[in-house]
Write a protein that binds this ligand. Structure first.
Ligand SMILES: CC(C)(COP(=O)(O)OP(=O)(O)OC[C@H]1O[C@@H](n2cnc3c(N)ncnc32)[C@H](O)[C@@H]1OP(=O)(O)O)[C@@H](O)C(=O)NCCC(=O)NCCS
Length: 235
């Protein structure tokens, strides 16, 4: 039922924006689609200068007072896609998996970025919260950095690149030597941000969906840019 409601909302949005080619492509995807998500990794022992953002930033764990800045109550001005992005982060927050970090705009102390850094001790919570084979089990010296989000008004100022590099460094505090993250192969801003924060592709999560998402199969395989660029058929 949810899949049908989502499909109808997307169809209406594409129709009203006259994006007919995308509508036809997505329509086909309701019956069969392959989605490729890139797994990226950073070795914390390898030197990686923190890229400078256009505004002064500092990172720290999220506090309750940050929530109204990151999760506005009034969603009316936001696109459907943006509301979905926020709902995903709200879901992650409610799951209570530590630790959500924020970056603060130091000119005003306003939170302008969030992302979760999770360690192997939270493997059980991670596997119970997210769909099957969404994330691999973390090795004892591995951390997972997920659900990056920069509010729209702050985008394009190098905040993700800088904040992600700073938050990744915090992984040593939970005993990690490597940090991994997953990004959809079509999410160019996020892939670029990850690259600047020192992350390189090493894994691909292949998801095959069929019949209105009633069938979903996922597997991980070593990343091959040529192969995985071809495998992405429907978005
Ligand atoms: C992805 C996201 C976190 C990037 O945040 P940001 O603070 O704007 O990122 P940055 O300013 O550091 O930009 C990262 C790179 O993406 C590029 N970029 C930004 N917007 C872009 C766009 N619309 N198209 C292409 N590239 C874009 C930037 O130019 C930069 O690359 P460069 O430094 O080589 O020029 C933000 O767009 C966002 O929150 N999106 C919605 C949620 C999401 O997709 N999260 C990632 C989940 S894995």
């Amino acid at each position: 039922m949810l899949a049908i409601r989502n499909a109808a909302a997307v169809a209406w949005e594409l129709w009203s924006e006259r994006r007919f080619a995308e509508m036809a492509r997505r329509g086909g995807g309701l019956f069969y689609a392959t989605r490729v998500t890139v797994g990226l990794r950073r070795d914390l022992a390898a030197p990686c200068p923190v890229p400078a953002a256009k505004i002064p930033l500092a990172v720290r764990p999220l506090q309750d007072a940050d929530l109204p800045h990151l999760f506005p109550e009034d969603l009316r001005g936001l696109s459907r896609k943006e509301r979905v992005e926020l709902a995903t982060r709200r879901f992650h927050l409610r799951a209570g998996i530590p630790t959500c970090y924020v970056a603060l705009d130091q000119r005003t102390e306003t939170p302008c970025y969030m992302q979760w850094l999770m360690g192997a001790s939270h493997n059980r919570m991670i596997q119970d919260t997210f769909p099957r084979r969404w994330f691999p089990e973390l090795a004892p010296d591995e951390a997972l950095l997920e659900n990056a989000y920069t509010p729209a008004a702050y985008r394009g100022q190098g905040i993700m690149s800088c904040a992600m590099a700073l938050i990744a460094e915090r992984a040593v505090e939970i005993g990690a030597r490597r940090v991994i993250t997953f990004v959809e192969s079509t999410n160019v801003p996020s892939l670029r941000g990850c690259a600047k924060a020192g992350f390189t592709p090493h894994l691909a999560r292949i998801e095959r969906r069929a019949l209105l998402d009633t069938i979903r199969l996922r597997r991980f395989e070593p990343y091959d840019p040529a192969l995985h660029a071809r495998a992405e058929r429907v978005r």
